[in-house]
Design a protein around this ligand. Structure first.
Ligand code: TYD
Length: 139
């Protein structure tokens, strides 16, 4: 499922189960549009916390709540925004670069797995919303 305006997609990785439990597989350039160069995960964030609050000039992301729940709000700075509830270990959201994102409403057991297309470079993060608006609107 793809949101045309924001170029955000919901990805369903499926799951294979047997008597030993479940496995979900996420292969670079197959199940997600890039080969991850970086993996990190966010956990022990309380319900009232808002994380993210940034845009990336280069990095694309896939976010998966491998445990628990959270929400992610994505804004393109041109009036389009969308909120997704992440609440399944076999569903991810693909978030392209140059959109503003905020993660919030974390359940106590939330483990939010983040796959990134680029290595960490703090200089490609835009952490000021007005600067983001200027960057996307060419001001
Ligand atoms: P931050 O970007 O604020 O996290 P979030 O997007 O969840 O709000 O990062 C928190 C800290 O971790 C900050 O000091 C930068 C550091 N960090 C890295 O060193 N490498 C990384 O890949 C990431 C995502 C963060």
């Amino acid at each position: 499922m793809r949101n045309e305006k924001l170029n955000v997609s919901i990805l369903d990785f499926g799951a294979i189960g047997d008597e030993r439990g479940m496995i979900t597989i996420c292969e670079g350039e197959m199940d997600i549009p890039f080969i991850p160069k970086r993996v990190f995960y966010i956990y022990k964030s309380s319900k009232d916390v808002v994380r993210g609050q940034h845009a990336n000039r280069k990095s694309d992301f896939v976010l998966i709540n491998v445990a628990g729940k959270s929400k992610v709000k994505i804004m393109d700075g041109k009036g389009n925004e969308i909120v997704y509830a992440l609440n399944r270990p076999n569903t991810g959201i693909y978030i392209p670069h140059m959109v503003w994102k905020e993660m919030y409403d974390f359940s106590a057991d939330s483990v939010l797995l983040c796959l990134a297309s680029e290595h960490y470079d703090p200089d490609e993060y835009i952490r000021n919303y007005d600067e983001f608006l200027s960057a996307v609107n060419g001001e």
